[in-house]
Design a binder for this molecule. Structure first.
Ligand code: ZN
Length: 392
């Protein structure tokens, strides 16, 4: 086992940990630890909500969740000798659960509190608790399914430079200005409420709280990409924007379907992740990995061979309006078609929706040139169901 660098106590929130992490992106959040290139180390993580969700049958904690608290991250880790222009190479050696916490949660956020991908169809909060049995997950809230998870960090990223942070805040506030009263909002702008900024204090704390970018979207630094195949054995190449790179990680998922469509989220859990870091000096220019990270997925993947695949095209399902190549609408229709099929097998709409967010289902952008419809697909492994799902 590599040395434990970042430790958490599951009975304390992130701000109360011996070495606190953070929940905003900013270059001035102090590093929690430093490592040398070539080192391996373990990072323990709290769940992304900082322990707000309970293992019970009542979804009111999902409905009332304080989203200003998310995502609580472990780090930042300063990598000695790394400079802007380098590539930080991060190997995900292994990821696991805590024996004291062998469960996770998925939920549908209420429309007025964050919403989700299908929020106009499912505006109410719902919750499913998933129990872990080794590599498998089952839920008392979604019966008759059992699947192997692809465990991964929903969020891993490096710190932005001040210039990059300013650019994020510029473009995201311009978007919000298009419809400032929208529910849910078009983007989450910096918000001082419920910030955790490591060991920062005083005036620096106030400034960083005011400027720090929310961790909700993926951006140039990686961040909340929610890529289910960024699992054990993956190797990530991060562009470096600040001295030491300042790597942070959190939002561990026991499993997730492509798209993380319920927003909360995959199967969310606290746990640990073992990382190894290297540096490629001047790698951003040399390999032209400058704008966003690139990665090589690991070899760990559940072995499902047979799928039932649902298609969707870019026609608005409420109005019948033909959109031009809107892949977001096409993926939404693919998901809705899968949910209607599952409802015909006895699942509620909410159960089916949470299953698509939790199980290793595959989403694909099949076609983007056949005007006026994009075609998106969602593929459900046949063997995650304890009965035969196929039409006869
Ligand atoms: Zn998550």
């Amino acid at each position: 086992m590599p040395k434990k660098l970042f430790q958490v106590d599951l009975n304390k929130t992130m701000d109360k940990q011996d070495v606190p992490g953070h929940n905003r992106w900013h270059p001035d959040i102090p590093a929690a630890f430093s490592v040398n290139p070539g080192e391996s180390f373990r990072m323990e993580c709290l769940d992304w909500t900082d322990g707000q969700i309970r293992n019970n049958d009542d979804p009111s904690d999902i409905r009332d969740v304080n989203l200003n608290r998310v995502h609580v991250l472990s780090g930042p880790v300063y990598v000695n000798g790394v400079e802007p222009g380098d590539l930080l190479v991060v190997d995900i050696l292994d990821i696991g659960t805590f024996s004291a916490h062998e469960w996770g949660f998925n939920g549908i956020f209420a429309k007025e509190n964050g919403g989700s991908f299908l929020t106009d169809h499912y505006p109410e909060a719902a919750k499913s608790i998933w129990d872990f049995h080794g590599i498998y997950a089952t839920s008392r809230h979604v019966p008759n399914v059992k699947f192997a998870g692809i465990i991964h960090p929903g969020l891993i990223g490096v710190a932005p430079s001040q210039e990059l942070l300013d650019e994020w805040n510029r473009r995201e506030s311009e978007l919000v200005d298009q419809d400032p009263k929208r529910v849910p909002p078009l983007a989450n702008l910096p918000d001082k409420d419920s910030v955790v900024l490591g060991t920062l204090t005083g005036e620096d704390f106030d400034r960083v709280a005011r400027e720090g970018a929310r961790t909700v979207p993926p951006r140039e630094n990686g961040g909340n990409c929610d890529i289910k195949n960024l699992s054990r054995g993956s190797k990530i190449y991060f562009p470096v924007f600040v001295e030491g790179a300042k790597l942070s990680v959190g939002d561990l998922h026991f499993s997730q379907g492509d798209g993380e469509i319920t927003f909360c989220g995959g199967i969310e859990m606290p746990g640990w992740i073992d990382l190894h870091v290297e540096v490629i000096k001047g790698g951003m220019e040399k390999y032209q990995i400058k704008k966003n990270p690139a990665f090589r997925p690991g070899p760990m993947d559940p072995h499902y061979n047979e799928y039932i695949v649902f298609e969707g095209v870019s026609v608005n399902e409420f109005t019948g309006k033909q959109t031009y190549m809107d892949a977001n609408v096409a993926y939404r229709n693919a998901c809705l078609n899968a949910i209607e099929f599952l409802k015909a097998h006895g699942f509620t709409g909410e159960q089916a929706y949470m299953l698509l967010g939790s199980a290793p289902v595959q989403g694909h952008l099949a076609g983007v040139v056949d005007i006026p419809n994009s075609c998106c697909t969602i593929a459900l492994p046949k063997d995650i169901f304890t009965f035969d799902i196929m039409p006869k």
